[in-house]
Design a protein around this ligand. Structure first.
Ligand code: CUA
Length: 434
C-alpha cells in the first residue's frame, strides 16, 4: 500500500509490509485525532478574563464505554495476529531450504556453500528457492539484514542463529550489518545476488578456480591469489605506491611501524599482517586500510602468498582481468554507451561498485547518484564542478583531486585497464544517475 519499506524481494515481504502499513495508518489517524481534539479543547476552553469557569459534571455512559473498549481491543488483536502470522513465516524455513553458512567478522561477511564453495561479500542465491542462512560470528555481535527480503537476525559469536527467505525476483540487492560492531561497522556490507536457477547451478558448480589453485606450486598459487583476492588493488609489484606498501622486494624489508617501533618482514610478520592487519601497521599507511583475511585464506594460501612475495623482484607481471569479460564484450555490441558504462561499473573486476553507490548512500567514495554536474569541495579547499574531464582525471589519476571528507584510497589501476571509450561510457552512465 504505502511502499514505505521499498522494493519487495521475498514471498513474505508483502505480509511484513501490510502489518507495517496497518500500524502506520492507525498511528497517524490516532495521532491526528488525539492531538487535534487536544488542541481544539485547549483553545476553546482556555482561561479567559483571568477567571476560572465551572465545568459541568458528566456521568458515565455505558454505550460509549463498551465501544471504546471493544473496538480498540479488536484492532489490537488483529495487529497482534498480523505480526504473529508473518513472524511464524519468518521463523519457519521450509524443510527443502538450501542452507548457506554465514560468518560475520570485523568487518566482512563470509559465505560457505554445501559443496565447499566460499565467497566474501557476495551472497549468490537462486530465485524462487527457499534459502536458509545458518549464521555465526567470529568476534563480536553483528546482525545480518537484507532489507529487500524483509528479514534480519543477530549474528552471535559462539552460537548459531538463522534466517531464511525465498527470492521472487533476480537482481543485486544490498545487505547491511545492523549491530554496531566497531569503527568500520557502517561499511560492513555485502551484496545479495539472485540468479536464475540454471545460472546459479553453473556458478555453484564452477570450482575451476579452486582446482587450478590446488595444482600450482606455492609461489604460483600466491600469484593467483594476489589477483583473485584483490591484493593487487592495494599492493603493487613494481614499487608504485598504492593504499598499502608495495610488494616489490618486500621480503626481508625493515622499517618503522606507526607506533615508532621497527619491523622486519619475515614469514610470521606477513602471516600476522594478513590475519590481523591492524596489529603492525607500517608508518605512513592508514591504520584501518586493510580488512582481515582470517577465514578467507587457508594456511596453504598464506604460505603461497609468502612464497610469492619472496619472488617479487620487479620482473613479475600479473594479468588483471580485462574491464569486461570476453563473452560480455561481444554482447555489449548492441548496448547504448550508458548501458555499457553500467556493465563496466558493475563488473566485479573493476571494483567501482565496492566503493561508489548509485543510490546516494555514502560508501568509501562519493556516490554516483547526482554526481554529474555537482559542485564538490576538494580536500585542498578549492571547488570543482564534476564534468567529463574531472571524472576522467579521477579515474586515471585518483589522487589528483580528492573530494573533501574522503581518503586517498582509490587505487591508480585504471589507466590501461579502462580505455578512453570505456571511460566515456562510464561517464554516460553516471549522467543517467540523477
Ligand atoms: Cu558488523 Cu556492524
Amino acid at each position: 500500500m504505502l511502499g514505505l519499506l521499498g522494493e519487495q524481494g521475498s514471498d513474505f515481504a508483502h505480509k511484513v509490509d501490510f502489518a507495517h502499513d496497518v500500524v502506520t495508518i492507525i498511528s497517524v489517524i490516532c495521532t491526528v485525532a488525539i492531538v487535534g481534539v487536544m488542541l481544539y479543547f485547549a483553545i476553546i476552553y482556555r482561561q479567559r478574563d483571568g477567571k476560572d469557569h465551572d465545568t459541568p459534571r458528566i456521568e458515565g455512559d455505558n454505550t460509549l464505554e463498551v465501544i471504546w473498549t471493544v473496538f480498540p481491543t479488536l484492532v489490537c488483536i488483529w495487529v497482534a495476529w498480523l505480526g504473529y502470522d508473518s513472524f511464524v513465516d519468518l521463523r519457519t524455513p521450509p524443510a527443502n531450504s538450501m542452507e548457506i553458512n554465514v560468518t560475520g567478522r570485523k568487518w566482512a561477511w563470509d559465505f560457505t556453500y554445501k559443496n565447499g564453495k566460499r565467497t566474501t561479500g557476495e551472497l549468490v542465491v537462486p530465485v524462487d528457492e527457499p534459502v536458509k542462512l545458518v549464521m555465526t560470528a567470529k568476534d563480536v555481535l553483528h546482525s545480518f539484514f537484507v532489507p529487500v527480503m524483509r528479514t534480519k537476525a543477530d549474528v552471535i559469536p559462539g552460537r548459531y542463529t538463522f534466517e531464511w527467505f525465498r527470492p521472487i525476483k533476480t537482481g543485486d540487492f544490498q545487505v547491511f550489518c545492523t549491530e554496531y560492531c566497531g569503527n568500520e561497522h557502517s561499511r560492513m556490507m555485502a551484496r545479495l545476488k539472485v540468479l536464475p536457477k540454471a545460472e546459479f547451478e553453473r556458478w555453484l558448480a564452477d570450482d575451476s578456480e579452486a582446482k587450478k589453485l590446488a595444482s600450482l606450486k606455492p609461489s604460483d598459487r600466491g600469484k593467483e591469489l594476489y589477483v583473485s583476492k584483490q591484493c593487487v588493488t592495494c599492493h603493487s609489484l613494481d614499487g608504485t605506491p598504492r593504499v598499502g606498501p608495495t610488494w616489490l622486494k618486500i621480503f626481508g624489508r625493515e622499517g618503522k611501524l606507526a607506533d615508532g617501533t621497527t619491523y622486519k618482514v619475515d614469514e610470521n610478520y606477513i602471516r600476522e599482517s594478513i590475519l590481523q592487519p591492524q596489529a603492525k601497521v607500517v608508518q605512513g599507511y592508514p591504520a584501518m586500510g586493510m580488512p582481515s583475511y582470517q577465514g578467507q585464506l587457508s594456511d596453504d594460501d598464506i604460505t603461497g602468498l609468502i612464497e610469492f612475495m619472496k619472488t617479487v623482484d620487479g620482473t613479475q607481471k600479473v594479468e588483471v582481468a580485462p574491464a569486461l569479460p570476453k563473452k560480455s564484450a561481444a554482447s555489449t555490441a548492441g548496448m547504448t554507451p550508458a548501458e555499457r558504462g553500467k556493465a563496466l561499473v558493475n563488473d566485479s573486476g573493476n571494483l567501482c561498485a565496492t566503493c561508489h553507490s548509485i543510490d546516494g548512500s555514502a560508501m568509501v567514495g562519493p556516490s554516483f547518484k547526482g554526481l554529474y554536474g555537482r559542485k564538490e569541495k576538494l580536500s585542498d579547499g578549492s571547488e570543482v564542478t564534476v564534468d567529463d574531464a574531472y571524472i576522467k582525471e579521477s579515474i586515471y589519476k585518483p589522487a589528483a583531486k580528492i573530494v573533501q571528507g574522503y581518503g586517498p584510497v582509490m587505487p591508480a589501476m585504471y589507466e590501461g585497464k579502462l580505455s578512453d571509450s570505456d571511460v566515456a561510457d562510464i561517464i554516460e552512465y553516471i549522467k543517467t544517475l540523477k
